[in-house]
Design a protein around this ligand. Structure first.
Ligand code: PLP
Length: 382
């Protein structure tokens, strides 16, 4: 019944975890879910209020512009200038998205012919692979290993793959490894993309969730980045707006024009009222972002300290709301944590084959629940 394209999709591990979680809950287990990458914090009030005002205005009830309303694109450009010292032309260097997933899911269709390669960091956000599959491209995975600080080794990509490679997806601060990348790596990517004629897509969804004074860069800060690619960004994690579906693609006008040509045949833009809420988020006080990071930092410290105390070797991340912990066998560890302790974590292989040997904790629960989780984990024999 289903197309070959659908049949080719990898099994969705997260659906299986959800089913196991539901089963445990139905057995009366007090499950602590450290699996989901969705903030438990509320969207700040001033953003909600902007949405309420905008939704009451009939001006906002029509079809939106495909690539976003100018005031939203201007707000994005101003935010990029203030935050990263990157200048963007709102008219053609910014496109509004229904979350960064929207951009990631559609961009291969604009650039990838059947059989072309897409390079994607692994483990990684699963949509890099599935969007490639929908465009009938082939993914070549770039393993992220601890010994390379979870950065891909671009020189390891075979020449025959590079010859047919069209697109490169990468993501720092990284989900799921929580690794960060230095500017020198972004410079290397620009050089590499020029040399091999690649369209670069940097996924920067976590740039604002940072700790200990670390500030994550934009790929567009690298010299020449705007000529080789785009950055997908999002208000989801920064302002606890995952459910609102608002983000932006910024960078090369040529690349964005390809993306918009695909999207204008698929969707009809982001609801204008949501874009007004996005303007309130990007142009309002950024104290709410600092406050959220302080909450995550306290949780990170509780989790890392607790896991170390019970004997796990775990690094404290500088960014993202994830902790990436080495284990012998990720499926066994995740199953034991759930069955013996009622704790949900995500097995690393859910993000790709190089995720084996790790589980991911999401610090999207309170310090009290994290402390309880660690205490229970301490009682599980791995
Ligand atoms: C690395 C990464 N990129 C992109 C996304 C998509 O986020 P959104 O579509 O909400 O902007 C996520 C969401 O979990 C993510 O982890």
């Amino acid at each position: 019944m289903y197309s070959q394209r659908l049949e080719n999709l990898p099994p969705y591990l997260f659906a299986r975890i959800d089913a196991l979680k539901a089963q445990k809950r139905s057995e009366g287990v007090d499950v602590i879910d450290l699996g989901v990458g969705d903030p438990d914090l509320a969207t700040p009030d001033h953003i909600v209020e902007a949405m309420v005002r905008a939704v009451k205005d009939p001006e906002n009830h029509h079809y939106p512009a495909y690539d976003g309303m100018l005031p939203f694109k201007e707000a994005v450009a101003t935010w990029y200038r203030n935050r990263f010292s990157v200048s963007l032309e709102p008219g053609n260097e910014v496109v509004a998205l229904m979350g960064s997933k929207d951009g990631i899911a559609h961009i291969p269709e604009a650039f990838v012919n059947p059989g072309d390669y897409v390079l994607a960091t692994d483990p990684g956000y699963p949509v890099y692979k599935t969007s490639t599959l929908f465009a009938e491209g082939k993914t070549h995975l770039l393993p992220l290993r601890a010994e390379n600080a979870f950065l891909p080794v671009l020189d390891d990509i075979p020449a025959d793959v590079l010859k047919r490679a069209k697109l490169l997806f990468f993501n720092y601060p990284n989900n799921p490894t929580a690794a960060t990348a230095p500017m020198s790596f972004f410079d290397e990517v620009v050089e590499f993309a020029r040399e091999h004629d690649l369209v670069v897509v940097h996924d920067n969804a976590y740039s604002e969730i940072t700790f200990d004074g670390y500030k994550a860069p934009s790929f567009l800060e690298a010299d020449g980045a705007k000529e080789v690619g785009v950055e997908m960004h999002s208000l989801s994690k920064t302002y606890n707006m995952t459910g609102w579906r608002i983000g932006m693609a910024v960078g090369s006008p040529e690349v964005l024009s390809g993306l918009t040509r695909v999207k204008s045949n698929v969707d009809s833009g982001v609801f204008d009222a949501v874009q007004h809420a996005g303007i309130a988020a990007l142009t309002g006080s950024q104290q709410c972002v600092a406050d959220a990071c302080a909450v995550y930092q306290e949780r990170r410290d509780a989790l890392v300290k607790g896991l170390r105390e019970v004997g796990f070797d775990v690094q404290a991340p500088k960014a993202t709301f994830y902790v990436w912990m080495p284990v012998d066998d990720c499926m066994t560890a995740a199953a034991k944590f759930l069955n013996d302790a009622g704790i949900v974590v995500t097995p690393g292989v859910g993000f790709g084959e190089s995720g084996e040997g790790y589980v991911r904790f999401a610090i999207t629960r309170s310090v009290e629940r994290i402390e309880e989780a660690v205490e229970r984990i301490g009682r599980v024999a791995l």
